[in-house]
Design a protein around this ligand. Sequence first.
Ligand SMILES: Cc1ncc(COP(=O)(O)O)c(C=O)c1O
Length: 407
Amino acid sequence: MDFSAKLDEALNRLHEEGRYRTFIDIEREKGNFPHAVWNRPDGTQQPVTVWCGNDYLGMGQHPAVLEAMHEALDATGAGSGGTRNISGTTVYHKRLEAELADLHGKEAALLFTSAYIANDATLSTLPKLFPGLIIYSDALNHASMIEGVRRNGGDKRIFRHNDVDHLRELLAADDPAAPKVIAFESIYSMDGDFGPIKAICDLADEFGALTYIDEVHAVGMYGPRGAGVCERDGLMHRLDIINGTLAKAYGVMGGYIAASAKMCDAIRSYAPGFIFTTSLPPAIAAGAAASVRHLKTDQERRDLHQQQAKILKLRLKGLGLPIIDHGSHIVPVIVGDPVHTKALSDMMLDEFGIYVQPINFPTVPRGTERLRFTPSPVHGPREMDTLVNAMDQLWSHCALNRAELAG
Ligand SMILES: Cc1ncc(COP(=O)(O)O)c(C=O)c1O
């Protein structure tokens, strides 16, 4: 086979569809988020404001987090030096797991190198623990959950997104004696809509199913201690397994599940994605623990975050832009075409120093390509004015272009 020609073919397909991904090379500036420097392809540099990051609360720059990381780095060195089983469990990992178990009101928590791995490893391991397990998975679940469900060798049922009637139909059609788990998310990251958590927990009770929730886009930001939407809605105790990330609102890196001590023990003992990989560096675990601890009490930051999202949505709606608003902190503006989305994103960066990455298929369905803005408590009024002004100018310009192309 001509391997090189095959690679060209694969890459050209993406170029032709307008969804070839170009990474924007930025240098974050310590203490100055959301400002950064863009290293342009021509070798020059340009200051930019990041409007699409998932450091939702700016915790990646928080002094308490940085201090904890520096301390751990100086005390222990760089890496953990092993898997959790073989020399890679430190006091920092244990402290972080205790912090997370406490956050979610569970007996235990289990750390992974990312929430992607936590989802994939846990969901692919559950059928080993419960032979004959059927997994009911929301159609819009994140790729990491899809991957875990796909590889698990058990039976799976996909229910239409957030459709509890469909979920009920699927549950009712299966053997009542079969072990079951329902896997879904509390906030779906691309539209910013909420999962029907209570209704799903009710169905789980009725059909004797376990519940598995991904709170990746909610932890740190919702609930009086930042444990997520389940905490906000008083439902945390009804979820058997809660998945979260330490990389988004907590601003560091890593993922976890929180569950009963026995569940965590079993996943710890059977999941290859937990067992056969080096544990997180102690400095990362220390920074994440500091961030989780800090956000248990920093309600002001959570309030400001929500307020910023509301203001941005109001202002973009005021311009008549097609934004999706489900009342969460995520602000998607639907463009509906990959080429236009990329062109808009390029112009925002080039002409206004605003960095917002285009979101294309397969991250979102074709025809719903979008710009996804993530306002944070550290975006000031001036940054917001610049963004709204840029969208106003560019949207009109693109609408004209589109009309010309169509005509
Ligand atoms: C819903 C959801 N779950 C899991 C993940 C993975 O999180 P992490 O970045 O910690 O691997 C993501 C990442 O974007 C996500 O959007």
